[in-house]
Design a protein around this ligand. Structure first.
Ligand code: SF4
Ligand code: SF4
Length: 170
């Protein structure tokens, strides 16, 4: 565990403590669909994020070869909700800039397109402050090798889902 990584994770938590995708509770639009998964619907945790969640007794944390994920009981202490919940339904996608360096862009998380009411026609606009916070969270993740690896792998997975959707819709 790196102290620097923990400190970055804490900064990401603080950044996303109070921003929300829209003003008010978007759960009212859909009956809080993203918080109503079953036993097989978990949130992937970032490397070492579980160390910040020791007091989150509403979460059960599981470990796989790909990393750790958490399953919740549908209610949480907002201060302890994982980063995956804080940035949903957006994701900071990693990309290579023209000069060859890397940056991130907050993009709709394609895993959410089918279920999230914020992507419905006539849905309220996503708050620019929320997108900005997702962007800044991604930039902080880039400062640690493991967090950056997670960002890249998860972004690739989301990209693959987009490709599959396009193929199915073609
Ligand atoms: S599914 Fe979308 S609209 Fe519904 S609570 Fe989650 S983020 Fe909000
Ligand atoms: S931890 Fe909280 S925000 Fe995340 S899915 Fe569970 S109830 Fe929803």
């Amino acid at each position: 565990m790196g102290n620097r990584r923990i400190s970055l994770l804490k900064r990401i938590y603080r950044l996303l403590d109070n921003v929300t995708p829209i003003d008010g509770d978007c759960g009212n639009l859909c009956g809080a669909r993203c918080c109503k998964g079953g036993d097989h619907d978990g949130m992937w945790l970032l490397p070492d994020e579980d160390l910040l969640l020791k007091d989150a007794d509403f979460l059960t944390i599981h470990e796989t070869l790909e990393g750790k994920y958490a399953i919740c009981n549908g209610h949480c202490d907002r201060k302890l909700r994982p980063i995956a919940c804080r940035i949903f339904p957006y994701f900071p996608m990693l990309f290579r800039t023209r000069n060859g360096s890397h940056s991130v862009k907050p993009m709709p998380d394609l895993r959410a397109l089918a279920a999230c009411a914020l992507f419905d026609t006539n849905a309220p606009q996503i708050n620019p402050e929320f997108k900005q916070a997702v962007h800044r969270a991604g930039m902080l993740m880039m400062q640690d090798r493991c967090l950056r690896g997670w960002l890249g792998r998860t972004g690739d997975y989301i990209f693959d889902i987009g490709q599959m959707r396009q193929m199915l819709e073609a």
